[in-house]
Design a protein around this ligand. Structure first.
Ligand code: PLP
Length: 383
């Protein structure tokens, strides 16, 4: 019996470079600085809190919107850090990671034929999500070299069909962060429009050198139109747990939840309870910048004097490197060569662009044990 043929919903989506590089990394026993996840464990207190919730019998469906304790903890944290009070009942929803939060926000707002502006390079789920909703992704490049937002280009891309703009700070893959002035400029630009915003803030607690994370929550004009997305996976070194949050004004949250309830309905109970109890202590997220800044510095200082030119990393657990004085190869070929010949996996920035733009820059993830980073440095210094 043959399987019936049908037109693909995502005909352009194939195997991603992340899968390819991870396979090559394991085949060549490489130090994997490609995919963005820690190679160290989380705080055992967090595992204990989840285990305690399971053992206490909290194993049935939680409320559709998420456990109240966790929503309240998120609302309290956002108020303390960003000065905006979100109503834990009406404005905070717990999701299956940021990925589901972003998909659900897009499905809830984008109608067939609507345009959604994304800023290239961008996280790889945005554009397929927009296409699944029947929308049209409009790719506006960040300024090559600096990765700063180009407001003239964003303004020029806004049309009466623009439903949504997606921003991401701290930014994967460039490791840049938006400044207060840039957030204000965006606020002014969007003020006369009906454009909604998804602010992907999964790296909100990874901002370095004493800078502040400029959450959309800090800006009234942005908060009023924004789904602010975050991820416990990034903050607490548990990317495999896939638990995230969305904060949005009541009217946006109501539409979000209409889709959420028929999308995943809810997110597993013991993880939510464990996270709620662990969040009572703010130290783990307040200490995260120092923890990751030390890793960033170990990696970048180790590569000083090498032929890789590291670009500044102001946030996220990534740092980018200019490869032009190491090799004539394009980014993707360079990454293949690097993993096969030198045993270090990295990701080409071109993977985050719609048109495969190649600026001879690759991304390394430094969310790794110090020993892993030292080993990578040793191998990379041989280039
Ligand atoms: C910018 C960005 N957004 C969203 C996600 C997805 O987060 P989660 O694992 O919580 O779904 C990631 C993960 O790499 C990311 O880098």
């Amino acid at each position: 019996m043959s399987t019936p043929q049908f037109p693909s919903k995502l005909p352009k989506v194939g195997t991603t470079i992340f899968t390819t590089m991870s396979a090559l990394a394991s085949q060549h026993q490489a130090v994997n600085l490609g995919q963005g996840f820690p190679d160290f464990g989380c705080d055992p207190r967090l595992v204990d809190a989840v285990t305690a919730a399971m053992q206490a019998g909290h194993n049935q469906y939680p409320p559709m919107t998420g456990m109240p304790q966790l929503r309240e903890a998120v609302a309290a944290k956002m108020e303390a850090l960003y000065g905006r009070r979100y109503d834990a009942n009406a404005e905070i929803t717990i999701t299956a990671g940021a990925t589901q939060a972003i998909l659900t926000a897009i499905l809830a707002t984008v109608h067939a034929g609507d345009e959604v502006i994304v800023l290239d390079p961008c996280y790889d789920s945005y554009v397929p999500n927009i296409e699944l909703a029947g929308g049209k992704a409009v790719r506006v490049p960040l300024t090559p070299g600096s990765f700063r937002p180009d407001f003239a280009k964003i303004a020029a891309a806004i049309t009466p069909r623009t439903r949504l703009l997606i921003i991401n700070s701290p930014h994967n893959p460039s490791a840049t962060i938006w400044s207060d002035a840039e957030m204000r400029e965006l606020e002014d630009l969007l003020a006369p429009t009906n454009v909604l915003l998804i602010s992907d803030e999964v790296y909100e607690h990874m901002v370095y050198d004493g800078q502040l994370h400029q959450s959309a929550a800090r800006f009234a004009g942005l908060a009023a139109r924004a789904f602010i997305v975050s991820s416990f996976g990034k903050t607490y070194h548990v990317t495999g747990w896939k638990v995230g949050t969305v904060a949005a004004p009541t009217a946006l949250t109501a539409e979000f939840r209409k889709v959420h309830q028929f999308n995943v309905f809810t997110v597993n109970t013991p993880m939510q309870l464990g996270l709620a109890s662990y969040m009572q202590d703010p130290a783990p997220y307040l200490e995260l910048p120092a923890f990751y800044q030390a890793k960033r510095d170990l990696f970048s200082q180790g590569l000083q004097g090498s032929r890789l030119r590291l670009l500044p990393s102001a946030g996220t657990y990534f740092t980018c490197a200019d490869i032009s004085s190491v090799s004539e190869l394009g980014e993707a070929e360079f990454c293949e060569w690097l993993v096969k010949e030198h045993g270090v996996a990295a990701i080409p920035l071109s993977a985050f662009y719609g048109d495969g733009f190649d600026q001879r820059v690759v991304r390394f993830c430094f969310a790794k044990k110090d020993d892993t980073l030292r080993e990578a440095v040793q191998r990379l210094r041989r280039l």
